[in-house]
Design a protein around this ligand. Structure first.
Ligand code: FES
Length: 213
């Protein structure tokens, strides 16, 4: 019996030959987003022309399913050459339509890819002082960011892996206590990753990361 995939030819073609897969060294913006629906992840990297704010290069890495890979492929094609403002407006529906449709149960996979693109744009904007909404950083904001820091040992983010013992935010100073020994093999990697996620916040001046396992 022949197995019939619930995917269009276009989805299968993008899944088999995804465009713009990989990493960009020294990207101008990047993000890793996880899907609350399935726990899969996608990373998006951008190169942006400073003068025109156009996306000159874009790459993605997917740790998700075929639908996610296909959507990652199509959104990178749609976003390349667009200005950040234009690229922000790409919707998951547009991406899914460009693929000839996705099974409804797979909608979250294209949402994930589009969220990845938007988060990478936001990262660029934060690093270049372009964000308008200047909400003060709170413990919740920090915790939200920490959900994007992975513990390589478990494949879970440090919040879900229950590694964050304490977070304090006061006068631009952020203090994070991690429930791991400082001699842990991944302590340094996690420290760097936390710094990278917290540093772009506009009102954060110093970050103290303590390992107390
Ligand atoms: Fe997780 Fe598709 S099922 S990205």
């Amino acid at each position: 019996m022949m197995v019939k995939f619930p995917y269009t030819e276009k989805v299968l073609e993008h899944f088999r030959n995804p465009r713009n897969v990989g990493k960009i060294e020294n990207p101008d913006g990047k993000a890793i987003e996880g899907s609350p629906a399935c726990g899969d992840m996608v990373a998006v990297y951008l190169k942006v022309d400073e003068g025109t704010r156009r996306i000159t290069d874009i790459k993605f890495e997917s740790y998700g399913c075929a639908s996610n890979i296909a959507t990652g492929s199509i959104i990178t094609e749609l976003a390349k050459g667009k200005t950040l403002e234009e690229a922000k407006k790409i919707t998951w529906k547009e991406a899914a339509d460009a693929l000839g449709g996705l099974p409804p149960i797979k909608a979250h996979c294209s949402v994930l890819a589009v969220e990845g693109l938007r988060a990478a744009i936001r990262d660029y904007e934060e690093r270049h002082g372009l964000t308008q909404a200047r909400e003060p950083t709170t413990v919740d904001v920090i915790k939200h960011r920490l959900k994007h820091v992975m513990n390589p040992l478990t494949g879970l983010d440090v919040v879900r892996a229950d590694l964050i013992r304490d977070v304090e935010v006061k006068d631009g100073k952020v203090r994070i206590v991690v429930d791991l020994a400082s001699s842990h093999q991944f302590a340094n990697a996690i420290r760097e990753d936390i710094k990278e996620k917290i540093e772009p916040l506009w009102d954060v001046k110093t970050i103290e990361i303590e390992f107390a396992g």
